[in-house]
Design a protein around this ligand. Structure first.
Ligand code: BEZ
Length: 311
């Protein structure tokens, strides 16, 4: 799955052959999501749509987004509403009951604009439930790749990040989320083939540092150096996956005690005690309320409201 790594060139067929386990192993994070029929859900980094489809089958209204055109095309072939978008520039406001993401957030750098975009996309009270690579994820494989490239005099900047729970909790809280639970889960993962096929599927940034002619030798060298650590006696390769899984909430909107006035957004005078009884909330009033936050200046609230109304 991929939602941001433009340096990665994804091949949907290779992904299906070597990475189907990624969606097959998503049972726990789906349980944490607990999707309900009729809920509007954003699947962030939807890949080829395997999990998006499972959410649709449960009666949810789902938009899938992914940075890879090939993955979006594969998801659309399943009849899904999939859009090619980067996680760092999500255009949605106040639209979803939940944002879901599996095995994708580690590609989306830097993480701050991604989390802020998710916060904006959620309705007040909405939830952000995700699982991705956490601290120590595929460390042996990355170490072996870095070492093999270093032997060729090459240094490659990692295109993924694998945070621990404390670091990611801070990022979520800085964006305004309330974190209900966040856990680091070691999950050694049997691979459908050799770790070499896994590297070819996922590690384009590293393998792309050498020419196509030099690539097979590079991968063979990495595979040989990993045999002792990751291959079992029966030949099965087991990748050293570690998952970071969390469930966080956008706080619910505060209860409406009177009609909106500029004073609630940092200016003007307070409503008098003889103020008329609250009127039913209009659509623009509801938007206003959704965006009203004491930590936001009034002009930003107004501008966001204008964006919402203009579309
Ligand atoms: C992961 O899902 O943890 C992952 C996949 C490919 C490269 C790095 C991490």
């Amino acid at each position: 799955m991929n939602a941001a790594a433009s340096s990665q060139s994804w091949n949907a067929e290779r992904y299906a052959a070597n990475a189907r386990f990624v969606s097959d192993l998503a049972g726990a994070v789906l349980e944490w999501l607990d999707p309900q029929p009729g809920e509007r859900i954003l699947d962030l980094g939807c890949g080829d749509g395997a999990l998006t489809r499972r959410l649709v089958e449960r009666g949810c209204v789902v938009i899938g987004v992914d940075a890879s055109a090939a993955m979006v095309a594969a998801a659309r072939e399943l009849g899904l509403d999939a859009r090619q978008l980067h996680g760092q520039s999500l255009p949605f406001s106040d639209m979803f009951e939940a944002v879901f993401s599996n095995a994708a957030l580690h590609w989306m750098l830097p993480p701050e604009p991604v989390i802020e975009g998710v916060f904006r996309a959620l309705r007040p009270g909405g939830r952000f439930v995700a699982e991705f690579g956490g601290q120590g994820n595929v460390a042996a494989i990355h170490r072996a790749l870095v070492a093999a490239l270093a032997r060729r005099g090459l240094v490659v900047e990692p295109d993924t990040f694998f945070p621990g729970p404390a670091a990611y909790r801070s990022l979520l809280e800085a964006a305004g989320f309330e974190v209900e639970r966040i856990e680091l889960i070691p999950r050694p993962t049997p691979l459908p083939g050799s770790v070499g096929a896994w590297i070819e599927t996922f590690c384009h940034t590293y393998t792309g540092a050498v020419s196509p002619e030099q690539r097979p030798a590079l991968i063979e060298e990495v595979v040989a150096s990993l045999r002792l650590a990751l291959q079992q006696a029966d030949g099965l390769w087991v990748a050293d996956y570690v998952r970071l899984r969390f469930r966080a909430f956008k706080p619910p909107a505060p209860p409406l005690t009177s009609g909106w006035t500029p004073s609630t957004c940092g200016g003007g005078s307070a409503p008098s005690s003889s103020a008329p009884a609250p009127r039913p909330l209009s659509i623009s009033g509801a938007i206003e309320r959704a965006f009203r936050r004491p930590d936001r200046p009034w002009w930003l609230v107004r501008r966001e409201r204008a964006w919402m109304i203009e579309g």
